[in-house]
Each structure stands twice: as structure tokens, then as C-alpha cells.
Design a protein around this ligand. Structure first.
Ligand code: UDP
Length: 328
């Protein structure tokens, strides 16, 4: 019998790559998504496989999946600062009520659950690089608070189910990840810069551009997540690439990569934008035998190829969804 895995957020960026990974490893995959920020085209290549099923469902409502489940991966959530502003209530609900529903389902099915946490639990960090022991510096009531606090609650309720009910749980703290299927218009820096370069627009650097990020290519991230799921470690593990760069230098790299002569223009820094971010991945190395293999140069080349393949229409439409109808 094949192992059965439920992946929430299956039509999203990481969710769809996880679906591919588990199909490739010969699992039976049940993908779930309510398509608020996900896009069905990310998984349409799986629809004719007999090992893949899709449920269009909002996990903040009771989740019912017939039959046995071995693993659950909870990857449903808006994941960009623009989304948090557009759909703040849904962002809060999916990682709180949604996680509660999925923990209940995991308990019922005696399944192991991995939740997608985030470097945002560290907020605007006062410790650098960030190790799992750091408690973070989060503004509860700022624009990012709806995401950061929901993700912090998610970790707490997951540990409570682990300690109180003996549930098998895994917590991945995911740092900035990039690759194919990122939404071009989600406001995150990589699709923003690549989109601007392809449209011939100036690159918008927020603030002075001296804030840093450390970008992990999606294939590395997926391998780290897979290993964490199959490990026996229940405390949080950072999964990301420690290769840190300032956003200004990154903008210059994009101009070189895309062979464009775009200018860089400076825009105001969004509120609570973390000034520095870099994972300490000693735990992932020691416990999972994992570290990223793909350099930013290689990963960005592949990512650029993906975005170059999008149609003119996709490239130029600035907004393709009406979010208002989803706000409950
Ligand atoms: N950023 C930028 N220009 C853009 C989009 C983002 O300079 O057009 C900056 C943003 O202010 C942040 C960094 O790039 O410092 C990464 O932003 P992103 O939204 O990708 O993710 P975050 O790590 O902030 O969640």
C-alpha cells in the first residue's frame, strides 16, 4: 500500500512543488487548496495521475478526508506582505483555526503532521544569524503581525498537541525561498524585480536597500522539508540558505542576470520590514544531514527562465484576483 499524504496549500508555490516531490517518491497525494492565493495551473499537470486527488476546500472550515492518512503537510497560507494587507483575517485564520483543524485530523488519523512555520517568527531580529533558540522580536499589531503572530500561535498549538496528545509533529521554519510558480504579482522581491526587468521598468528598491535576505532555491528547500518530515525531531528546524545579500546588491545581480539596463529607484521601506535575515542551519545540518546545494546564480538562472516563459498577458496584468470576496 502506498503511503497517503495530505498537502494543504497544494496549488501554491511550495505546496505544488511538494506535491511533485511526493508523487515522485511514489506516495498517494491529496492536495487541498481554496485558491485564494494559489493557482490551479501549478498542479494541473497532476490531475490525470491516479495517485493524485484535489479538494477545493478552505481549511479554516472542518476538514474531512476519507480513508487512512500517513502524513499531513500544512502549507496553506498567504505568504507575502502584500497578501497580509489584502487578506489579513484569512491570514490569521488559516494558521490558527486551520492548523487546529489539521491537528485534529492528524490525531484522528494517527498521522504525522509537518507545519510550515517561518523566519517571520523572529520578526525584525536582534540576533544574527537566527538560530532556533532565538525568541524573536515581533510587532503584534503591525501589518505583518497577522502573519507573524498566527505562525507563532501555530507553533504553540502544534507543540501542545505533541506534548498533550503525543501527536507526531514537525515544525519547519522556512526562510525566503524562490523558484518557479511564485506569483508574479505577489509583491515579493524576486518576482517583483524579475517582472520589472522583463517589462522594462525600473527596479524598486525599498529603503536604502541595505536590509539583507538569504534566498534558498526551491529544490533545496523541498529536500530539507522532506527530510525533516521523515526525521524523528519534533522541535523547530530552520530550513533556508545562509548565503546573505543586501537587497541593493541583489537588484544589481538581477540587472546583470536579465541583461537589462534598468535603473534602480528607491521607494519607502515598508513598516516593520526586517533589516537583516539569515538562518543558522547548524541543526538542519546535524539532524537532517541537509544543506542547500544550489547557488543563487544557478537558482536565479532557472527562475528567470521560468518567468521568461510566461505569456505577455500574464507578465503585464498587475492584478488577477478579486480578493475582496474572500474576506469573511
Ligand atoms: N523589496 C524591495 N523591492 C520590492 C519588493 C521587496 O526592495 O519591489 C524588499 C523588501 O522591502 C524586503 C526584501 O525586499 O526588504 C524582501 O521582501 P519580500 O517581500 O520578498 O519578503 P520578506 O522577506 O520581507 O518577507
Amino acid at each position: 500500500m502506498k503511503k497517503r499524504v495530505l498537502i494543504t496549500g497544494a496549488a501554491g508555490f511550495l505546496g505544488s512543488h511538494l506535491c511533485d516531490k511526493f508523487i515522485g517518491e511514489d506516495y498517494e497525494v491529496i492536495g487541498m487548496d481554496n485558491l485564494i492565493t494559489g493557482d490551479i495551473k501549478n498542479i494541473k499537470h497532476l490531475f490525470n495521475l491516479k495517485n493524485f486527488q484535489f479538494y477545493n476546500h478552505d481549511v479554516t472550515e472542518f476538514v474531512d478526508v476519507p480513508g487512512q492518512l500517513d502524513y499531513i503537510l500544512h502549507f496553506a497560507s498567504p505568504a507575502s506582505p502584500i497578501d497580509y494587507l489584502k487578506i489579513p483575517i484569512q491570514t490569521l485564520k488559516v494558521s490558527s483555526l486551520g492548523t487546529h483543524n489539521l491537528l485534529g485530523l492528524a490525531k484522528e488519523k494517527k498521522a504525522r503532521i509537518l507545519i510550515a512555520s517561518t523566519s517571520e517568527v523572529y520578526g525584525d531580529p536582534l540576533v544574527h544569524p537566527q538560530s532556533e533558540e532565538y525568541y524573536g522580536n515581533v510587532n503584534t499589531i503591525g501589518p505583518r503581525g497577522v502573519y507573524d503572530e498566527a505562525k507563532r500561535f501555530q507553533e504553540s498549538i502544534t507543540m501542545a498537541y505533541h506534548r498533550f496528545h503525543g501527536l507526531e509533529t514537525r515544525i519547519a521554519r522556512i526562510f525566503n525561498t524562490y523558484g518557479s510558480r511564485m506569483r508574479l504579482n505577489d509583491g515579493r522581491v524576486i518576482p517583483a524585480f524579475i517582472g520589472q526587468a522583463l517589462r522594462g521598468e525600473d527596479l524598486t528598491v525599498f529603503g536604502d536597500g541595505l536590509q539583507t535576505r538569504s534566498f534558498c532555491y526551491v529544490d533545496d528547500e523541498i529536500e530539507g522539508l522532506y527530510r525533516l518530515l521523515l526525521s524523528d525531531y519534533s522541535l523547530p528546524v530552520n530550513i533556508g540558505n545562509p548565503d546573505e545579500i543586501t537587497i541593493l546588491d541583489f537588484a544589481k545581480e538581477i540587472i546583470k542576470l536579465t541583461n537589462s539596463n534598468q535603473k534602480i529607484v528607491f521607494k519607502p521601506l515598508p513598516k516593520d520590514d526586517p533589516l537583516q535575515r539569515k538562518p543558522d542551519i547548524s541543526k538542519a545540518i546535524a539532524i537532517l544531514g541537509w544543506k542547500p546545494k544550489i547557488s543563487r546564480e544557478e537558482g536565479m538562472k532557472k527562475t528567470f527562465e521560468y518567468f521568461k516563459g510566461l505569456s505577455k498577458e500574464e507578465l503585464f496584468k498587475s492584478e488577477h484576483k478579486d480578493f475582496s470576496k474572500h474576506i469573511k
